[in-house]
Structures are given as C-alpha cells and as structure tokens.
Ligand binder design. Structure first.
Ligand code: PMV
Length: 318
C-alpha cells in the first residue's frame, strides 16, 4: 500500500472542485497474526502500540480507528495483533492515515476470510478516515486504494485515471508536520466566512488549474505542469495554507531548477512536491543541503489504470 500526494486541487476539493492525486514511493503494510490476548495494533515504526481495553489518551484516534476497523469486520477473531510497518511519516500530508485505513480494512478482512468488493473496501476505509480527518473529501483513501493517479471529485469519487504523455519525476519532502488535516480544513472554513466570494473565486481558479493540468499531463508538457504547480501554490498562499518552512523548501527546489513546486495536502507544514525535468539529482542535493529529507516519485504512463478506476468510480457512485 502506498502513501499519496495531491498534485493539484487540495482544499478546493472540499468545496466541490476536482483534484488530482497520485500514489508515492513510500509504503505501509499491515499484517494480522494470531495472539494470546485481545486485539492489539502495534506500530513500532511510529513508536506506538494500542489495545482496546486500556485508556490511551495520547493515541485515541489510532485506538478508535482500530476499534472501528474491527467492528466493520465482525467475522475477524479478536485474539490478534495487527502489525503496522510504515515508511510514511504521520501528519505530513503523505496519506499515512489513508494507507493505514485501507491496509487495516484489507488485512482484517483477509484474516477473517472475507473477500471485499472494491466499493465495500472504500466505504469501510472512508468510515475509518473520518476518525482522523473529521470530514474528509475522500481523495486520500481513494488514491491509496486504487494505487494509480486519479481525478477525484467529492461528490463523484474517483472519476477517472490520469493520462500521462511522458514520465514525470517529482521530488517530495516534508516541512515538519502539518498538525492535523481537520484543524487546517476548519481554519480555512472560518477564514472563508468573512471573504466568501474571494474564496469561491480562488476555488474556481484552482478548478481551472486542474483542468489545464490534465491536458498538460496528457500532452507530456512538463514545463506547463510545473508552471501550473507554481500557480496552484500561489492560490494556496492566497487561501492562507502555506507556511514559512514550506516556502523555504519550495524556494530551494525552484532555485535548483525545479520546473514548478507546491505544497501537497492540508498545508501549514507537511509535504511539498517539486517537478523536475529529467534529472532530479540537483533538486535532491539542494533540498538535502537545506536540511530536508527528499525522495523521488516517478509517474509513468500506464494503460491499465483506467478500467480499474472506472469500475471503482462507478461503485463509489452507486
Ligand atoms: O490529509 P492531507 O494533508 O493529505 O490533506 C487532505 C487534502 C484536503 O483537501 C486538505 C482535505 C480533504 O479532505 O480533501
């Protein structure tokens, strides 16, 4: 199971605009094994373990998510340990909670001998994501479950795959934690109340960026995709969801030759993406030199994604 990044359209997607999400080269897995005691979720990678029979205020969301995942899988025995192994940092906008939600649903169903239809898997993961995100658009767990770049709309789910006219190389890094998606989304909603029209215009402009980006991705026009990333970032700035540390990382990436760069996800910290021409090394080196821990994700044209996405999209709309 991969994590995810939002290439275009975060936040505006909550207000009905389509967005583009991609899987990234960072993974999470959940393995369920039998145990001598009641259910336990062990995530050594995040230095946390939760049980359902003890109060753990510092890990309440994880505890609730695990409890709900078990409730959604009534045939799963309770004497189990669910071991989480993750390369995806938490609270960084890289889809750790979505990857955990989908992987937990799959692993528990697998252990219970249930085979899940894609729409059932998505709807269970959506319930779990609500614990982490309060009111998620659904983009995170959809792209993670599908494992391909998707166009996503809040009302329609994963609407289509993304046609790519060439390989695109993205450098991804994080600027600390974003402190929780729900808080960022709620703060934006409050700011919007006093400037509803301006915010609505910004969301509409982001929608236009997404439409143009789909064409540029299809044409394989990396320069245009990069320019649109910068444009999207400007609009995210207007919405107040960037941060000084994010802007520093974006500046370093652009100075090192990135074709465009933007934050990804809820903002205020967390992930950012830089699109590179063929060789990502200069951007990687510059970001490392500036104290970030970047990695590369490659988006490759893939003819198989579309049919799967259409099937899942239809299931999500039923
Ligand atoms: O959880 P994050 O940081 O990937 O942000 C999710 C994207 C938002 O558009 C900000 C919220 C949502 O539910 O779509």
């Amino acid at each position: 199971m991969t994590g995810k990044a939002i290439l275009f359209g975060e936040h505006a997607v909550v207000y009905g605009v389509p967005a583009i999400a991609i899987p990234i080269d960072r993974h999470l897995s959940v393995e369920v094994i039998g145990s001598g005691h009641g259910p336990e979720l062990a995530a050594d990678c995040w230095k946390v373990a939760v049980r359902l029979d003890v109060e753990q205020p510092d890990a309440r969301a994880l505890q609730q998510a695990f409890g709900l995942a078990l409730d959604l899988t009534p045939r799963c025995p309770h004497r189990i340990i669910a071991r989480v192994d993750s390369e995806i940092p938490r609270s960084a906008g890289l889809g750790s909670s979505a990857a955990l939600s989908v992987a937990l649903v799959r692993a528990l169903a697998g252990y219970a001998g249930e085979s899940l239809a894609p729409d059932e898997e998505l709807s269970r993961a959506a319930e779990i994501e609500k614990i982490f995100h309060a009111n998620p658009s659904g983009i995170d767990h959809s792209v993670v479950a599908i494992g391909r770049p998707i166009v996503f709309r809040k009302q329609g789910g994963a609407e289509a795959g993304v046609d790519l006219g060439r390989i695109f190389k993205l450098v991804i890094a994080t600027a600390g934690s974003h402190g929780g998606t729900a808080a960022r989304v709620q703060a934006l909603a409050r700011r919007r109340q006093s400037m509803a029209e301006l915010y609505q215009n910004a969301f509409a402009a982001i929608g236009q960026v997404v439409e143009r980006a789909l064409l540029a991705l299809k044409k394989g026009d990396a320069a245009e995709v990069g320019a649109l990333m910068d444009f999207n970032q400007g609009l995210l700035n207007a919405l107040g969801v960037s941060s000084p540390e994010l802007e520093r990382g974006l500046g370093v990436a652009r100075e090192a030759g990135a074709l465009g760069a933007k934050l990804s996800g809820a903002g205020g910290g967390g992930a950012f993406l830089a699109l590179c021409d063929d060789d990502p090394q200069p951007v990687l080196r510059a970001l490392r030199g500036a104290g970030f821990e970047p990695f590369v994700t490659t988006l490759a044209p893939d003819g198989q994604g579309k049919a799967l996405i259409e099937e899942i999209g239809q299931a999500a709309r039923r």
